[in-house]
Ligand binder design. Structure first.
Ligand SMILES: C[S@@+](CC[C@H](N)C(=O)[O-])C[C@H]1O[C@@H](n2cnc3c(N)ncnc32)[C@H](O)[C@@H]1O
Length: 371
């Protein structure tokens, strides 16, 4: 399942690219201090220092944990907004069926919450690469565009471009932010931009079956000496004191099924551990990887991790259905009711502090050599 996909394919036909107009702001950022980061060498989380358990604090009920499932709606123009609805969720219209996570408001809220978690993992930062003053920045698969907007605000003299299959970005954005409906499997040339000073993507697990091609494309579109940053989560659940997840059988089985179904779909989810090699294989140098263990729930002793864990539990309670509904019903042929039972059992384990479950977030960057 996880062998490196074919790297020989080249760009497909030119994309139908559509600019998305302005609208609302996103919520203010919390100042999240914390940090948890460890610089990486190996790639299995169990080889790293174990998370320290808080044996005394049991007051960690997640009041936002609600087993009910919501849906929603939004608006814009026809072919890109003629959304596909299924099992209470809304999916993208442009290049319909390419991507198996929803794009509705529930999903947008999940992505914005996870944005806080990504930042918290690296000390309230947006990236780890040593960039100085980029003039052109590209964020592919931008989602709600929250990272691109924050980067636009940080570098007001830069042009920041975000692309996505879904026009779910706010319209009211800094003047230096531009969003396009665009398939990143196509070419990345944007009018009047040329090569980029910084390219970023985040959480694209399950969005392509050919990451090596994406790395080659980033290489081509970067200026010499410029940086690529990739932030990715493992689509897996871990526990230091129960590495086989014997006490969390629903979570273990969920990860196995996601692997099976996403691979059958052609876009394997759990590929975080391969990114370093893919980045190096594409020719990037000075490659760094930071691996952060992120507790699911406030069960750790460290106060910063406790806060991170509270957010991650909230996020993971939404993440289960987002990642699984289409795969379980379309690929594994579960009925919606069968699928929901599985999701509830998995969430029950996420909300059990005694299981000491955690997820893994990875932060990588590499530089295109000069000349
Ligand atoms: C899990 S979301 C991550 C969004 C954002 N990067 C973030 O971290 O908040 C993945 C995003 O990639 C987009 N996506 C998936 N396949 C794509 C493709 N082929 N071209 C452009 N965007 C794509 C999806 O629409 C979705 O918004």
């Amino acid at each position: 399942m996880e062998g490196a996909p074919d790297t020989t394919q080249d760009d497909a036909a030119p994309s139908v690219r559509q600019t998305i107009g302005p609208s609302t702001t996103h919520a203010d950022e919390q100042s999240l201090a914390a940090s948890t980061a460890t610089t990486a060498v190996g790639n299995h989380p169990h080889d790293r220092a174990a998370l320290q358990i808080d044996e005394d604090d049991f007051d960690d009920y997640d009041s936002t944990y609600d087993p009910s499932i919501a849906s929603s709606s939004a608006s814009l123009t026809s072919s890109i907004t003629n959304y596909f609805y299924e099992n209470g969720r809304r999916y993208h219209a442009y290049r319909e069926g390419e991507y198996y996570l929803p794009n509705d408001e529930v999903e947008q809220d999940r992505l914005d919450l996870q944005h806080e978690i990504w930042k918290l993992c690296i000390g309230d930062a947006l990236y780890t690469a040593p960039i100085q003053d980029p003039k052109t920045v590209l964020d592919i698969g931008t989602g709600t565009g929250i990272w691109a907007i924050d980067v636009s605000e940080k570098f007001p003299s830069a042009t920041v471009i975000g692309t996505d299959l879904s026009p779910i970005q706010p319209g009211f954005v800094p003047p230096n932010t531009k969003f396009y409906v665009d398939d990143f499997e196509d070419g990345w040339d944007f009018p009047g931009i040329g090569k980029f000073d910084f390219i970023h993507w985040r959480a694209l697990s399950g969005s392509t079956g050919n990451f090596p091609k994406l790395y080659q494309q980033a290489w081509r579109e970067l200026k010499p000496g410029a940086y690529l940053e990739v932030q990715e989560y493992d689509a897996s659940i871990y526990s230091d004191d129960d590495p086989q997840l014997l006490r969390a059988p629903w979570s273990r089985s969920w990860c196995e099924k996601l692997d099976e179904a996403s691979t059958a779909f052609g876009k394997t989810l759990n590929v975080g551990r391969f990114h370093r090699q893919w980045m190096e294989d594409a020719g990037f140098i000075d490659v760094h990887e930071r691996v952060v263990k992120c507790p699911i729930g406030p069960w750790t002793r460290d106060p910063a991790l406790k806060k991170l864990g509270g957010l991650e539990r909230m996020h993971m309670n939404d993440s289960v259905e987002a990642h699984s509904m289409a795969l379980y019903t379309r690929v594994l042929n579960h009925s919606i009711d069968e699928a929901r039972v599985v999701f509830e059992m998995v969430k029950k384990e996420f909300n059990d502090r005694n299981l000491h479950l955690y997820t893994v977030y990875r932060f990588l960057y590499g530089r295109k050599p000069e000349g």
